[in-house]
Ligand binder design. Structure first.
Ligand code: OOG
Ligand code: MG
Length: 245
């Protein structure tokens, strides 16, 4: 290739992604505007979060993405990614789907870092909302878009235990919509926790006590309807519920 790559305006791309959230409007893929690599994508991701922090949001952990084959196959990508969680993404009991573009929900195994380096574990869910039209992206696009992060919640915390094969059920209005096993997450979600710790340390922002880690979905995500009641159950971990309006 003799073409000189177009320089990528990181601040501009971060602004476009940030405004897509605010305007609830899907955008075209940014790599179609100017191609960029995964490393640059993480710079854009950090710039998106910096904008949110400037508005008063606080970073409270990280989310791992594409740690299961089910997710890689659903989204047509082939590598693990990570994104950043802020306090504004934490869902208490209900979500207004009108604030989102095309939300999806997926089951998660969630860890909380404890003082001294240990952790607690819970069953949880993640609400995804790609800022890209048609929920379609390349790996650098989805990394720049903070791994489609929009919201998350979790059930009761438990002391560390073997979570290598926890049965997961997603119910919507009492009907089973998705089932899986935590074994789909890198063979054991603890591997995803370790990867998150490593990535955060390497990025110069090590995880601290109280930080949350979403290990990644064990199943494909499903559309999150309006006016629904969703329950995610993890065998031995209890359940977490969320209502949409
Ligand atoms: C990207 C986020 C992937 C997971 O748990 O694998 C993710 C997406 O699917 O839009 O959160
Ligand atoms: Mg997820």
């Amino acid at each position: 290739m003799t073409d000189v790559a177009k320089p990528v305006d990181i601040a501009k791309f971060a602004e476009i992604l940030d405004e897509a959230v605010r305007d609830r409007r899907a955008i075209g893929r940014l790599t179609d505007v100017a191609p960029f690599d995964v490393e640059t994508a993480y710079e854009i991701q950090r710039a998106v979060i910096a904008r949110r922090e400037k508005r008063g949001e606080r970073r409270i952990g990280v989310k791992m993405g594409f740690t299961s084959r089910a997710k890689m196959v659903q989204m047509g990508v082939d590598d693990l990614i990570w994104g950043l969680l802020t306090d504004a993404m934490l869902v208490e009991t209900d979500v207004d789907t009108g604030t989102l573009i095309h939300p999806r929900i997926e089951p998660e195994i969630v860890f909380r870092i404890e003082p001294g380096g240990g952790h607690k574990v819970a069953v949880g869910y993640e609400i995804l909302d790609s800022r890209y039209e048609g929920f379609k992206f390349t790996l650098p696009d989805v990394v720049a878009d903070n791994a489609s992060a929009a919201g998350f919640g979790f059930g009761p915390w438990h002391d560390p235990r073997d979570v290598a094969n926890v049965g997961l059920i997603v119910e919507i209005d009492g009907r089973v919509a998705q089932t899986g096993s935590s074994a789909a997450i890198l063979g054991d979600p603890v591997r995803s926790l370790r990867a998150a710790e490593r990535l955060a340390r390497t990025a110069g922002t090590p995880l601290r006590p109280g930080d949350i880690v979403l290990a990644g979905a064990a199943t494909a995500a499903i559309p999150l309807p309006k006016g629904a009641h969703v329950r995610v159950t993890g065998a031995g971990l209890g359940a977490v519920e969320v209502t949409t309006r």
